[in-house]
Design a protein. Structure first.
Length: 316
């Protein structure tokens, strides 16, 4: 089907980011009505023509992942039935990504289930950012553009960290991401051995790498209870680090995480993106950088058929 115009619609999860993306593209945010019936069912209606349009639906499936995922599926279904030419689901944060493998008996691989659901609903393409593991891309048989927050976070980190910093992976799973940050920042590398005791508690037992008198930045895809970041910050300080910062792509801090952060002076500041809504009750402890231009530029390039990979590197 021939594609005509580009249309960007917000789900309920993050209207501010959706508006910022539309502003970057210089187009009005599309008109869509979402509501919930008294029994909890979600209803969506596009309030304008989407026939033959190149439709982008913005929905990070965070904080209320079940509601926001279901709403996104319903939006995809509505756009498909309204004859959109192409439907791209834009998930700046892909909820359920941590359930990406069967590492215990009788557990699901929910990230794969979510991929199946998005495809079955009618998504033609996915845009996402900093998946918990790259292999999730293989759960889809439709094109996926996987973006990275590091080109957006790195310039701010460079200014803060000064010369000769150390990038720290807070667990073995985040080592690869940390290595990319090392390249961007011209930094040394260290890694912490982490063991998860339960959903809210971790133990960081060993540190590999020299951090004595160094300014360190812990990098990770997400923080939720802040257990991982705070445990790493403590072990770094105990090993003589001069200052400790953290940079994460997705800030999902819950009440436990906020409390923990406030009670951990070892971690000076947290750099995050607005891929998910950020509540600013932590004041100066959190610095937010917007990924709206990154997502907007990716959408623009996909619409006109240009390369997206040039967005993987910082501008300065
Ligand atoms: C786990 O492997 C992830 O990359 C994060 O390190 C983890 O999910 C963070 O969770 P929390 O903030 O609850 O420790």
């Amino acid at each position: 089907m021939e594609v005509t115009n580009i249309s960007v619609y917000a789900g309920s999860a993050h209207p501010e980011l959706s508006q910022a993306i539309a502003d970057y593209l210089g187009i009005p945010l599309g008109k869509v009505h979402h509501t919930q019936f008294p029994d909890g069912e979600i209803f969506v209606q596009f309030e304008e023509n989407v026939r033959r349009a190149d439709v982008f639906l913005i929905q990070p499936t965070c904080k209320k992942p079940n509601d926001y995922l279901m709403e996104l599926l319903i939006m995809i279904d509505a756009a498909r039935r309204a004859s959109a030419a192409r439907i791209t689901a834009v998930l700046p944060y892909f909820g359920y990504a941590r359930q990406d493998r069967k590492d215990k008996p009788r557990v699901p691989i929910t990230a794969k289930l979510v991929a199946n659901m998005l495809t079955a609903a009618g998504a033609d393409r996915i845009i996402t950012m900093d998946l918990h593991s790259h292999q999730i891309q293989g759960f889809f048989d439709i094109p996926m553009d996987h973006l990275y927050a590091r080109p957006v976070l790195a310039p701010m980190l460079k200014k803060t960290l000064g010369p000769d910093p150390v990038v720290v992976a807070p667990d073995s799973g985040s080592a690869k991401m940390a290595m990319y940050y090392c390249d961007l920042l011209g930094a040394g590398f260290a890694v912490v051995a982490k063991r998860r005791l339960n959903a809210t508690t971790v133990a960081s037992s060993h540190l590999v790498g020299d951090v004595k008198d160094k300014v360190c930045v812990i990098t990770d895809d997400l923080t939720s209870t802040a257990g991982t970041l705070c445990a790493a910050a403590k072990i770094l300080k105990a090993n003589g680090a001069a200052r400790v910062y953290a940079a994460v792509s997705h800030c999902l801090l819950d009440a436990t995480g906020k409390k923990r952060l406030l009670e951990t002076p070892e971690l000076e500041q947290l750099f995050v993106t607005d891929a998910v809504p950020i509540d600013d009750t932590l004041g100066g402890r959190i610095k937010v950088v917007s990924v709206a231009p990154l997502l907007g530029e990716a959408i623009k390039r996909i619409h006109v058929g240009k390369s997206v990979s040039s967005l993987f590197y910082p501008k300065n």
